[in-house]
Structure formats: structure tokens, C-alpha cells
Design a protein around this ligand. Structure first.
Ligand code: GDP
Ligand code: MG
Length: 830
């Protein structure tokens, strides 16, 4: 019976929790574990929720949630004991006929030994063959009312378990279009089979896996039977099905129903999952008591002499060789994912629906305008808000992607599948290739892929900096004019200085980079929308893995050369937590364009002959350090397995002007918004520290600077930076650079202002340092504290101040060590 049927003060023992993964996980984490005793504290017929006591705690569950928990009640156990006593022993003494706690537990665990499985798959994938093989002759055909389709049901015993198996009608998809599809879907949601066997025709993986991705959306427990594996082998193609399992988070077992190959292994793995082999923590560890149970069962029921060693389960070790089980989200690309999470968040406001459906699944189906799901959702109190969000999202998608959201979702799923197969399936067929496949053959080619890629990159950066130059000059001019205008119109005083030197100077210095950034984004949007970016990530994957990163880390790192802030934000697309974090942490080592003015100033002054070589050295140092640090972090700092995930290969499409504009604009606005606030604030603070105290008491500007707050701080930290060859003025430059690196040059300009000849002599000539110190200063500027905006961006994206502070500390220490070494060693030679 179900837990919801238990009345106040009655007790029961839990048999199992039914339903989709998210729900089951939550309930199990509350303590509703098989074999545990649960007592009803209060269950009034009209009361929702119901109060329970389990493991000594009081917990409330909704009636519907409790309805998903199967139990054995004391009463049931008592009846059973009396019955068996009457059957076997005739008359017995009263006291032994009472069902004790142990009987209850034994019965619950006995009941648990029944596993309900359902066969889901495309027509002609071999479901019925598998069904017949497994169940033998014990079958009966069930015809459910209202639909013309039917399902066969069979029973059999295997390795100590009783299986109830249902052969569902064949479907290509799980939409609400055909009666078969509706039927299968309802069966999954209403009958809640314990495990779904997704039967796949391995000789036609691309089409068959489409259904698999929909089952993953539903977050059901399943295994994939890679049926017709013989046909795959005969064709000469090979499939790395272990890797494919890991990519999809679902165990896959090759089967050949004609020769009954792989069937025992299939059901063997099903028992493993059923008993909780899929209930693992983030490190892939299973609870020890579950591992023990599985091992005991294995000992008792499986002839280990003729049993093969399977890598997915916990039979031999506490941790399997390969962690397979996990619930993945099929990545539908940024536009769709944004829409999905908006709708999902709105649906999730209703706790009452989450017991039955995965909210992500509902959101995806709503975007597809699935009529049946619309009906389910129509019962929710906030249905209007949900539908409104859906309408807005579908309109936006139609606008930017130039297709309706249903086909966008289908395309994204096929992109996911071809990415997964690209890594796992090797075909030797010389079929006619589609256009996508021919382009892919070139751009993801082992060798040719790279030159093509670097050509694109080169074009992108050339345009970013060369074309960007023109609007940049325009903006610089505007900023200057605005500053002058205020200078003339306002009366003297701190307020004017604040406006001109603080706000316009600081913010203006950043806005100047907006054209470059927009152009960079423009190119990135084209590459993303056309589908090329996915291929770039694909070919960089191997290289990036060597650094402990992922192919998808490449783009954020690349963007770092423009500005670290949007680059850090771009690391969001990396699913793997570890790679995402490391990508963020090393991103500031990519020399952003704000640091360029510092290099240009110093290189021009101190290295007039070999300027580009020095510039290249600086950039290369940043990249090298990023590689080293990423490697180091992935080894010692950030825990977590390198769980592989699918690199989607969506179909190529012509990017629309509207979409490109929108995406570029979105990113530009993000940049401006984040920058606007933080840079403005930092500029004001730095201005304040440099202006006060006693601004008007000094004769010359350098004197004033020296005695300002920032001057005092600069002097205070001078001893720390002395071993690097920096004087206090250079230190102040670095201090102001913490706000934004653009500010370094402007502060140096102010500090090294030499009264009269200021205008006559260029700044570079006024800085009295050696080329070695200049070089160290550039190195330090490259490596130390990433500006405040990046600092905040890291906090924002990593979700904790801890990583932002860590980045600030490690970069500054690293900067000191590197500059110190270069300066001290360099001094011996020059
Ligand atoms: P269903 O539509 O999914 O129920 O598929 P069936 O079980 O009716 O099988 C369709 C066809 O595929 C039948 O002719 C089977 O004999 C054949 N078949 C099933 N499994 C295999 C297999 O593993 N290898 C090969 N070569 N053929 C198979
Ligand atoms: Mg069939």
C-alpha cells in the first residue's frame, strides 16, 4: 500500500520511493529510505500535509507526495503472519503469531524484490524480441481503455528478483501527437515503472537516441539496451559505448536479441540501479550500506565464475571503475536554456506539481506547445504567469533564432546527439554526406581544423583592434570635449574636479573600449549563432584537457584578451563545475586590452627598437602562467572528477542580422551595466584618495599627490615593492590600477608631472627608471590583482567571495614572485 493510506498512529515500513529522479532524491534525503519504519503522527482526511515520524524526526509530506511511497503496514504484516501460520503450522501459540518489527522489515524487503520495468523504444528496435526472450512464455496482452494501442505484460524471475515487464508501443518521440506517444508517456508518468529499458537500434543511433534525450528530460531511471549490436559490428563501425554511457549518464549494454546476447547483463545492471547504484554523491561514491547490500546479493545469486566484470556497478569495489550514473541536462544552447529556466522557475513556485513531473521537463514541453502538458499546467494557480512567460520566450526565440521553439529544441537535441556520437562512433561507411557533415569534416579535422580556426581568430582580433580604432578615437574626443565643457562652465572646486578628473576621467577611460568589445562580441555572436563556435570548442578540447580545462574553456580565455569581465561571465557555458571554476580563476592572466596602454607607454619609452618582441613576451608570459596555474589548480585545488560531457554539434545555420544584433547588444549591455557601477565607484574612490586631505595647501601637484591618502599608502607599501625596483610613484599607479587597469597610465601621468615642462616632454621621458624596472612593472601590471570589476565578476559567477579573494591573493603573490625573480636575476646581467 501507499504511505498516504496509513492512518494516524499506524506504522509501516518503507518498500520504495516511486517517481522521477528529482522527487525521489529529495524524499530519500529526507530519510524515507527502504526498510525504515515510519509512523503517522497526524493524518486527518482533509488535512494536507500529513505529519510523520521517521528516524526520530517529525516530517510533513503532502498527501500526493506520500502517495508515491510504497510501504508495508503493520496490519498487512499481521495478516500475512496469521495466514502463513495457518497455512503451515495449523494451531500455534498466540504470542508467536504477532508480527514483530523484524517481520515487517522482512516483508518490506521481500516486497521490494519485485521490479517493474517498461520497454520504451522506436518501432522495430527489438522491444518485443527482448520482451519474449526475457519473459519466456509468461505473457498476457493488456488493452487499456480509451486507446487503441495495447501493452503486453510479462513476469519472470532473475537473480533473486521478480520482474514485471511491460512491452510498450514503439515511438520515435514522446510528444502528444500520436496515440502511441501519449500512451507511452502516460504509462511512464502514471504507472511509474521502477526502471525503463530504452531499447535502441544501434545501427541507427542518431535517430534512436532522440527518444533517449527526451527520457533524460523526464529524469527517469533507465538503462539503454544497445540492441542489434550485431548489425553495428557487421557494418564495421565501432562504438565506444562506455564513453557514450558516461556522456549521457545512463548505463548502456550491448544486446543482440536474436542470439540472446547481453540480456542477463542488462537485467543484472537493472538490479544494481534499482538497489541504489545510481544514488551516488558528487564524487561518485555510493553509501557503504548500499554497496554492501549489492555485494551480498551478488555473492548469493550470481555465479561469479562465469560472470563478466561490469564497470558500471559496485559489485567488486566501493567505487566503480567508471562513474556512469548521473542526471544530465541536455544543453539546448543559451537562448533556449534561458527560456527553459524562466518557465521552469515560474512552474517551480508550485510545490504541488513537483512530486509528479520534473519541472524542467514541463518547461521544455511548454516551449514545444505540447497540448497535454498545457492541460496539466492549466490546473496551477499561476498558469497565466507561466503561459505569459512561455509566449514571451517563444516570441524571442522566433525572433532571434528564426525558427519556432519546437524545431529549435529538436535541432538542439540532434546537435547534442551528433556531438556525443562524434566522440564515440567511428563509421567507415562511405555514405553521401550532408552539407553539415562535409563542413564538419574540414573544420573538426584532426590537422586542418587548427589552421582554419586560427585564421578565424586572427581575423577577429585584427578587426577588433583595427576597426575598433576609429570609433574609439571618436569616443575619446567626445570624452575630452565633455570634460573641457564642464571645465569651462563650472566654477572651481572639489565638485568640478570630481566630475572632470574622477568620473569623466575614470568612466571615460573604460567607455573608450566599448567599440572594441562590441566588435569582439559581434564576431563571437556570429561564430556562436552559425554553429562554428561549437566546432572550435570541439577541436580545442584535447589541448585544453591537458591543462585540466575543457574545450569550452577556450572561448572565455580567448575573450579575456578583450576584457576579463565578459570573459568570466562567458565561462557560464561550461557545465563541469571544476573546469568552469578554473577557467574563471586563470582568466585574469589573459592580458586584457585595458593593460595595453601601460605596455605601449613603457615599451615606447624603454624598448624603442624591439617593442613588438617585448609586447609578445608579455602576452606569452600571461598565457604560459595561465597554463601552469590551470594545471596546478586542477591537480591540487579544485576537487571533482573530470566527468566528460557532450560537446554539442548543432546544425550550421545562417546567422540572422537580428539575432546577431540582439546577442551583441545583450552582451554589451551586460558589460556596461557591470562596468558602469563599479568603475564609476572605483574612480570616485580613487579620486577621493588622491585629492584629499588638504588639497589646496600644496604648491605643486606632485607635492599634493605625495601627501594625499593614496600617496601615503603608496609610501607605506614602498618597502614591499622596493625589491622589485619600484618607487612609491609606480606603486601608486598600481594601487589605482586595482580600480581599472586603464587608470595606471593616467595616474602615472599625474604623478610624474614636472611643473613647467610638463607639456613639452612626453610622459615616458619623465619616468626615471631603467628598462629592466619598466619590464618588471609591465609584468607586475599583467599578473597582479585583476581589476575590481573582474573581482566582482568572479564572485558573481563562482557564487562565493572565497574564490574572488583567492584570485586576488594568488595573482598578487604570483606577480610579486615573478617580477622579483626577473628583477633580481636581471640585475646581474644589465
Ligand atoms: P519492436 O517493434 O521494437 O517490438 O521490434 P521487434 O522485436 O518486433 O523486432 C523487429 C525485428 O528486428 C525483428 O525482425 C527481429 O527479429 C529483429 N531483431 C530484434 N533484435 C535483433 C538483434 O539484436 N539483431 C538483429 N539483427 N535483429 C534483431
Ligand atoms: Mg513490438
Amino acid at each position: 500500500m501507499r504511505l498516504s493510506e496509513l492512518e494516524t498512529n499506524q506504522k509501516g515500513v518503507i518498500v520504495k520511493v516511486i517517481g522521477h529522479g528529482g522527487f525521489r532524491k529529495r524524499i530519500i534525503e529526507m530519510g524515507f529510505i527502504k526498510g525504515e519504519t515510519v509512523e503517522v503522527l497526524l493524518n486527518a482526511p482533509l488535512n494536507d500535509p500529513i505529519k510523520y515520524k521517521i528516524l526520530g524526526y517529525e516530517i510533513s509530506l503532502r498527501r500526493k507526495e506520500a502517495g508515491m511511497i510504497e510501504i508495508v503496514s503493520e496490519q498487512e504484516a499481521q495478516e500475512q503472519v496469521l495466514k502463513s501460520a495457518a497455512d503451515y503450522h495449523g494451531a500455534m501459540e498466540e504470542e508467536t503469531m504477532y508480527a514483530g518489527a523484524n517481520d515487517l522489515k522482512r516483508m518490506a524487503l521481500g516486497k521490494r524484490r519485485t521490479i517493474n520495468v517498461a520497454l520504451v523504444g522506436n518501432p522495430n528496435s527489438g522491444k518485443t524480441s527482448l520482451f519474449n526472450l526475457a519473459s519466456g512464455a509468461h505473457e498476457h496482452v493488456g488493452n487499456y481503455s480509451g486507446v487503441t494501442v495495447s501493452a503486453k505484460e510479462g513476469y519472470f524471475n532473475f537473480e533473486g528478483y521478480h520482474f514485471r515487464i511491460v512491452d510498450l508501443p514503439g515511438t520515435y518521440s514522446l510528444s502528444a501527437y500520436t496515440p502511441e506517444e501519449m500512451y507511452v508517456r502516460r504509462h511512464i508518468i502514471e504507472q511509474n515503472p521502477d526502471i525503463i529499458i530504452n531499447v535502441v537500434d544501434t545501427s541507427n543511433l542518431e535517430r534512436n537516441l532522440f527518444l533517449t534525450t527526451q527520457l533524460i528530460d523526464m529524469n527517469v531511471r533507465m538503462v539503454v539496451a544497445l540492441n542489434m549490436y550485431d548489425e553495428l559490428e557487421e557494418s564495421g563501425n565501432t562504438l565506444d559505448y562506455h564513453l557514450l554511457s558516461k556522456l549521457l549518464g545512463v548505463p548502456m549494454i550491448p544486446t543482440v536479441c536474436k542470439k540472446s546476447r547481453g540480456i542477463p547483463e542488462l537485467f543484472h545492471i537493472i538490479i544494481n540501479i534499482y538497489e541504489g547504484a545510481d544514488y551516488v554523491d558528487a564524487q561518485g561514491n555510493i553509501k557503504p550500506e548500499i554497496a554492501k547490500e549489492i555485494q551480498d546479493w551478488h555473492h548469493k545469486h550470481v555465479d561469479e565464475s562465469k560472470h563478466y566484470e561490469h564497470i558500471e556497478d559496485y559489485t567488486y569495489l566501493d567505487k566503480p571503475h567508471q562513474v556512469v550514473y548521473r542526471h544530465i541536462h541536455i544543453n539546448h544552447g543559451p537562448d533556449l536554456e534561458r527560456a527553459i529556466s524562466e518557465i521552469k522557475n515560474e512552474i517551480s513556485l508550485n510545490d504541488s506539481i513537483r512530486y509528479k513531473y520534473s519541472t524542467r521537463y514541463l518547461a521544455i514541453k511548454l516551449l514545444e506547445r505540447d497540448a497535454e502538458v498545457e492541460r496539466w499546467v492549466s490546473e496551477l494557480p499561476n498558469v497565466e504567469a507561466i503561459i505569459k512567460k512561455r509566449e514571451k520566450a517563444t516570441k524571442r526565440i522566433a525572433d532571434t533564432m528564426n525558427e519556432d521553439s519546437e524545431s529549435a529544441i529538436t535541432n538542439a537535441k540532434y546537435g547534442f546527439i551528433s556531438g556525443a556520437l562524434r566522440e564515440t562512433l567511428v563509421t567507415n561507411q562511405l555514405d553521401k554526406k550532408t552539407i553539415t557533415e562535409s563542413i564538419d569534416a574540414l573544420v573538426t579535422h584532426r590537422l586542418l581544423g587548427f589552421p582554419v580556426f586560427f585564421l578565424f581568430m586572427f581575423l577577429m582580433f585584427e578587426c577588433t583592434f583595427i576597426v575598433g580604432e576609429y570609433p574609439m578615437e571618436g569616443i575619446e574626443w567626445l570624452v575630452r570635449v565633455l570634460g573641457k565643457w564642464i571645465s569651462y562652465t563650472m566654477s572651481e572646486g572639489p565638485l568640478k574636479d570630481l566630475l572632470v578628473d574622477g568620473i569623466i576621467g575614470g568612466v571615460g577611460g573604460v567607455i573608450v573600449f566599448l567599440p572594441n568589445i562590441l566588435i569582439l562580441y559581434f564576431f563571437i555572436s556570429i561564430m556562436e549563432d552559425s554553429g562554428y563556435m561549437a566546432r572550435a570548442a570541439f577541436i580545442m578540447d584535447k589541448v585544453m584537457h591537458k591543462m585540466g580545462l575543457h574545450g569550452k574553456s577556450f572561448i572565455p580565455l580567448l575573450m579575456g584578451f578583450g576584457c576579463n569581465v565578459p570573459a568570466i561571465m562567458a565561462s557560464r557555458t561550461i557545465e563541469n563545475h571544476k573546469s568552469r571554476l578554473i577557467t574563471m580563476l586563470v582568466n585574469p592572466l589573459m592580458s586584457c586590452s585595458a593593460r595595453l596602454p601601460i605596455y605601449l607607454l613603457l615599451v615606447g619609452a624603454f624598448f624603442p627598437k624591439n617593442g613588438s618582441f617585448i609586447l609578445l613576451t608579455i602576452y606569452a608570459t600571461g598565457i604560459l602562467l595561465a597554463v601552469l596555474m590551470a594545471h596546478l589548480f586542477s591537480k591540487i585545488l579544485v576537487k571533482g572528477d573530470d566527468i566528460p560531457f557532450v560537446m554539442e554539434l548543432p546544425p550550421y545555420r545562417m546567422p540572422t542580422g537580428k539575432a546577431i544584433f540582439r546577442h551583441t547588444w545583450q552582451k554589451g549591455v551586460q558589460y556596461l551595466r557591470k562596468m558602469g557601477g563599479i568603475i564609476m565607484l572605483a574612480s570616485v574612490v580613487i579620486w577621493f584618495l588622491g585629492y584629499y586631505p588638504n588639497h589646496n595647501d600644496y604648491e605643486t601637484l606632485p607635492q599634493q599627490q605625495e601627501n594625499s591618502y593614496i600617496g601615503r599608502v603608496g609610501k607605506a607599501i614602498e618597502p614591499v615593492l622596493r625589491p622589485l625596483g619600484f618607487d612609491w610613484k609606480l606603486d601608486i599607479g598600481l594601487l589605482t590600477g586595482m580600480g581599472a587597469k586603464e587608470l595606471v597610465v593616467s595616474s602615472l601621468g599625474v604623478l610624474y608631472a614636472n611643473d613647467a615642462e610638463t607639456d613639452a616632454v612626453s610622459l615616458a621621458e619623465r619616468i626615471p627608471i631603467t628598462p629592466l624596472v619598466a619590464f618588471c612593472y609591465m609584468l607586475f601590471s599583467l599578473i597582479y590583482f585583476p581589476c575590481i570589476a573582474s573581482f566582482v565578476a568572479i564572485k558573481h559567477e563562482s557564487g562565493s567571495w572565497k574564490w574572488a579573494v583567492f584570485t586576488a591573493v594568488y595573482t598578487t603573490l604570483l606577480a610579486w614572485v615573478v617580477s622579483f625573480s626577473v628583477y633580481q636575476i636581471g640585475r646581474c646581467f644589465v
